[in-house]
Design a protein around this ligand. Structure first.
Ligand code: CU
Length: 740
């Protein structure tokens, strides 16, 4: 079991990876109940900034920022009943943004749109707010955060030594930033247990591209859990002269952040984790009342089962808030898909969306979508769009059904137009929709769901296990469950007309990145291939048929037989070096064995050798599964040149992009023979050029941004070496903290 790390190795790692824990600070605020410290953040915060004159170097790194305590944790984060809320803004001054940040259980009210009920939720948050505060900095600034983890202690005796566990440990990732991954910078390997205060110090290069970035927890095994409570926030790098922010039409536009999140709780508003006895995807029957079987992300049977769990699609923490615009007004919307797992298929009624930046990076030519034309955002992606209001009226910004509406993964809209299935489950969000409930239990989407779905509540293969209809919650009560399409926001256009203009091409070239021409002209130092792969449990699923599984699956299942708390993994989510083809044998069930490196995340060893700072490489990421997986790489963005092997007219910078599933994606899993042979279909892919900025020397990860996949192991470590033939600056061996 190469991804299990003994406890002794873990504590050793704390030193190696520089996980600086300010225990004195945790003694100061770690013991205080959240609601006892309710000072408003703004006043002391402003004072702090005021007293820290001079360069970032003037800041005393040893001194934790004064307590800006667990404001609002445990109190209601009351948002105005109408209008479009914006998270609290914390902006840098004189080269530094110094702040504290508290992870805690927050109490919020959220509207359940289908029922009209306002419900109380008690979930993992930053400072009680969903999303957390917006950090605004400039290139060259230092980000200095004292992150106090006031989440409850990790339960003792729950999943000890098993994966996943310790759901209340956290850490900090600045998604999209090209900064150091080492020490207390943007280090996803750090571990911040409950009760600790941890210094995060990120120096942003003076030529960093300006735009819309974000931050979120990245503790392996608990990322999905913390996301489902609402833990994430915007991190905006503001630009000056020569950047998108200075384009007159952009500068004149109202600038709104739009953070899309999916919050998920049990019926009492709390977030259960994975019970000791729970199997990977829960236990039959899916609507069991046995608390042992509940788990907010692993027990997929909770999906939408009325009375068992609730979902909320929120925009800045609110269900369907209202944006007001005057006719002819132009606004800039910074959209972020901060959901743990859902592709968002977005369009705006009556209006075209004009994309000016993707994943923070300004595009060279604005993508002008037609009114009602959808684009897709995978989890983790950002899109900055300019919108020009039309005639007075009310318009909905819609989240369309990604299995019913088709789009390319690129807003150029041309290559690989297909449904964009990628979610926790096909049950969601309308489990009791037609056809009528039947009395059999079945599989839905093998990648995204578990074995606990009732056929008729979704689309899937029917198994033979019977469930009494009387126990079926869908049979008892008409469910009030969200159904696609639904509004992410409502746009009300009224008032005195304005005559604002959209920006025109060309938009400014982003700073700090090699030019597109240079990226394309350089002969790659290395070419590599990566593959998303998965193996489903063979018994009782469509993967029981060889035609429906990859040849290596049998080998993997033998190898990982007891990794899920001593039980079999139902589903292995993997990312592999696709140039490592394995050694073939003549066993028909397991024809490929002995890959050099595993597909499951191994924190102790980089997937590739010879990734050298300053090098240019070309990678193709292939998706050998039936549905989409969003690819994300930390530290360095990539320039996408091809989708499904076909060249893009206009190469695109991204740090996260959906790698299309099979071509075409099966949209109906019934009956099983309709499922194409996974080994004979065409697989989706993206091809990109990447430059390893020397500032990123160290070790970091790439992974699927469906965070339940990432938490399960669809991730790999990458080491950028300081020079050719030089060793990694990160330890190799059983030392990493991000163990399963
Ligand atoms: Cu995935």
């Amino acid at each position: 079991m190469p991804i299990m790390v003994p406890v002794s190795a873990r504590s050793f790692a704390a030193t190696l990876f520089g996980a600086a824990t300010l225990s004195t600070a945790s003694a100061v605020f770690g013991g205080l109940a959240a609601q006892e410290v309710a000072a408003p953040a703004s006043a002391p915060h402003a004072q702090l900034l005021h007293t820290m004159a001079g360069s970032p170097e003037a800041v005393d790194d040893a001194t934790p920022a004064a307590a800006e305590p667990a404001r609002r944790c445990g109190e209601f984060d009351d948002k105005p009943a109408s209008g479009f809320p914006q998270p609290e803004v914390r902006e840098s001054a004189k080269g530094v943004l110094r702040t504290s940040l508290v992870a805690c259980i927050g109490k919020n009210k959220v509207l359940d749109a289908p029922s009209g009920e306002m419900r109380v939720i008690k979930t993992t948050t930053y400072e009680g707010a969903i999303p957390g505060p917006t950090f605004v900095v400039k290139p060259g600034d230092r980000l200095l955060i004292d992150l106090t983890n006031n989440l409850p202690p990790n339960p003792t005796g729950l999943r000890d030594g098993m994966f996943p566990h310790e759901q209340n440990s956290t850490n900090f990732h600045s998604h999209g930033l090209t900064v150091s991954p080492l020490g207390n910078s943007d280090n996803a390997y750090r571990l911040m247990p409950p009760g600790s205060t941890n210094r995060v110090k990120i120096d942003i290069p003076a030529d960093h591209p300006t735009g819309t970035y974000w931050y979120h927890p990245h503790k392996h095994g608990s990322t999905t859990f913390q996301f489902l409570g609402g833990m994430s926030g915007f991190l905006i790098i503001k630009g000056g002269k020569g950047t998108l922010d200075a384009v007159p039409e952009v500068a004149a536009a109202k600038d709104l952040v739009m953070g899309f999140q999916v919050i998920r709780t049990a019926i009492d508003g709390t977030q259960p984790f994975v019970h000791q006895d729970a199997e990977q995807f829960g236990t039959f029957p899916f609507f069991t009342t046995d608390v042992k079987q509940q788990g907010v992300w692993s027990t997929y049977g909770l999906d939408g089962a009325p009375g068992r769990s609730f979902f909320y699609f929120t925009t800045n923490g609110v269900t369907n808030p209202t944006v007001r615009m005057r006719p002819g007004e132009v606004q800039r919307w910074r959209m972020l898909n901060a959901s743990a797992s859902e592709n968002l298929m977005i369009d705006l009624e009556g209006h075209g969306l004009n994309i000016v930046a993707m994943d923070g990076i300004t595009v060279s030519k604005m993508y002008q979508l037609k009114p009602g034309e959808p684009f897709v955002m995978g989890p983790g992606q950002r899109m900055d769009v300019m919108v020009k209001a039309g005639d007075p009226g009310t318009y909905r910004l819609l989240s369309e059904d990604p299995s019913a509406v088709s789009a390319s993964v690129s807003p150029s809209g041309k290559i690989g137009v297909a449904p964009r299935n990628s979610r926790h489950s096909f049950d969601f969000p309308s489990p009791c929709a037609a056809p009528a409930p039947v009395r059999t239990v079945g599989i839905v989407d093998l990648e995204n769901a578990g074995p606990n779905h009732v056929a008729g509540h979704g689309r899937g293969q029917i198994l033979n296990a019977s469930v009494p209809a009387a126990d079926d919650p869908c049979a008892k009560k008409k469910p009030s469950i969200l159904a696609f399409p639904f509004p992410l926001a409502t746009i009300v256009v009224d008032g005195k007309p304005m005559n604002m203009k959209l920006p025109s091409d060309p938009l400014p070239v982003p700073e700090g990145l090699p030019t597109v021409a240079k990226m394309l002209k350089k002969t790659p130092d290395v070419r590599r291939n990566v593959a998303f792969e998965l193996c489903g449990m063979q018994e009782g699923t469509i993967m029981a048929r060889a035609r429906n599984r990859l040849p290596s699956c049998g080998w993997y299942f033998e190898k990982y037989a007891d990794i899920w708390g001593g039980k079999p993994f139902v589903m292995l989510q993997m990312m592999r070096d696709a140039d490592d083809t394995g050694v073939a044998n003549d066993d028909k069930e397991m024809p490929l064995i002995d890959f050099k490196k595993d597909g499951l995340f191994n924190p102790n060893e980089p997937l590739f050798d010879g990734m050298v700072a300053g090098n240019y490489e070309e990678w193709t990421v292939t998706n050998r599964t039936y549905s989409d997986h969003p690819f994300h790489i930390h530290q360095n963005p990539f320039l996408v040149t091809h989708i499904n092997g076909r060249p893009l007219d206009q190469p695109e910078w991204h740090d996260t992009l959906i790698v299309p599933g099979t071509i075409r994606q099966p949209t109906n899993f019934l009956p099983p023979p309709a499922q194409p042979n996974i080994n004979k279909i065409r697989h989706g892919s993206i091809t990109f050029r990447i430059y390893f900025n020397p500032i990123t020397v160290g070790c970091f990860v790439m992974h699927c941004h469906i965070l339940s996949h990432e938490d399960l192991g669809m991730m790999q470590r990458l080491d950028v070496l300081p020079g050719k033939d030089q060793p990694s600056v990160c330890p190799i061996g059983p030392s990493a903290q991000m163990e399963h």
